[in-house]
Design a protein around this ligand. Structure first.
Ligand code: CTP
Ligand code: MG
Length: 230
């Protein structure tokens, strides 16, 4: 069975929304609801766990209870860092969860195709992440001075979901904790075990809502999807 963990315990500082950005509405539905619904409607997914700040637990609980199909989601308290939020959520994984997907609650536009591909990759390889080839030229800058230009053809921009065999993810989190390592994604913890992480092609519309200009972009992606359907 596959369980999905949604880190949602950030404060959304860069969004300047005056609240946790996962409660903001995008085209009439809260971001958190859109992110959870994308997974709730996928076959083989048995457990949805949301990690959110203690002040938002009641609000999240009543929001999810009001949406058909999301009442069974588990809400736990997050931590001061994304990694700690996920660690807390891992404590309530069901005994029969053998695959764990982690997905940023702030990525409400994830497609069914990407979810299925990451899940299959996690089953096949043990560790698999959604990514897209980087479009920008990236430079390493130290104190305002460019020190390197990595070859763009090898650079991929990493997204979520990231999927893992449960034993691998638990081992990676244990080692990170022991070593005091704080990563910016889950795969980086698994890479430290020397285990191969596979990247699968996602799509450029799976954006993370981070700054205010991401909101109209998300709404236009949703409007285009709606047009394509009709
Ligand atoms: N997150 C979390 N626990 C934290 C920090 C972040 O669960 N202590 C979650 C966020 O809620 C979000 C995801 O991790 O769904 C990606 O983080 P980010 O986009 O940085 O969100 P925020 O931390 O909320 O935003 P900001 O950094 O601008 O404050
Ligand atoms: Mg953050």
């Amino acid at each position: 069975m596959t369980s999905v963990i949604f880190p949602a315990a950030g404060v959304g500082k860069r969004m300047h929304a005056g609240q946790n950005k996962v409660f903001m509405e995008v085209a009439g539905l809260p971001v958190l609801v859109r992110s959870l619904m994308a997974f709730a409607t996928c076959p083989g997914i048995g457990q949805l766990i949301v990690a959110i700040g203690s002040a938002d637990i009641d609000r999240a609980r009543s929001l999810l209870n009001s949406i058909t199909g999301l009442g069974k989601c588990i809400v736990v308290e997050g931590g001061s860092e994304r990694q700690y939020s996920i660690r807390n959520a891992m404590k309530v994984l069901s005994d029969d969860a053998d695959i764990v997907l982690v997905h940023d609650a702030a990525r409400p536009l994830v497609s069914r195709k990407t979810i299925e591909a990451v899940k299959s990759g996690a089953i096949k390889y043990g560790a698999c992440i959604a990514a897209v080839p980087e479009k920008n030229t990236i430079k390493v800058v130290d104190d305002g001075l460019v020190v390197a230009t990595p070859d763009r053809s090898r650079l991929w921009a990493v997204q979520t979901p990231q999927g893992f065999r449960r034993d691998i993810l638990e081992e990676a989190y244990k080692k990170a904790e022991e070593d005091g390592f704080l990563g910016t994604d889950d795969a980086s913890l698994v890479e430290r075990l020397g285990i191969g992480v596979h990247a699968i092609m996602s799509d450029y519309s799976n954006i993370k809502l981070t700054t205010p200009e991401d909101i109209p972009i998300a709404e236009s992606i949703l409007a285009r999807r709606q047009e394509e359907k009709s």
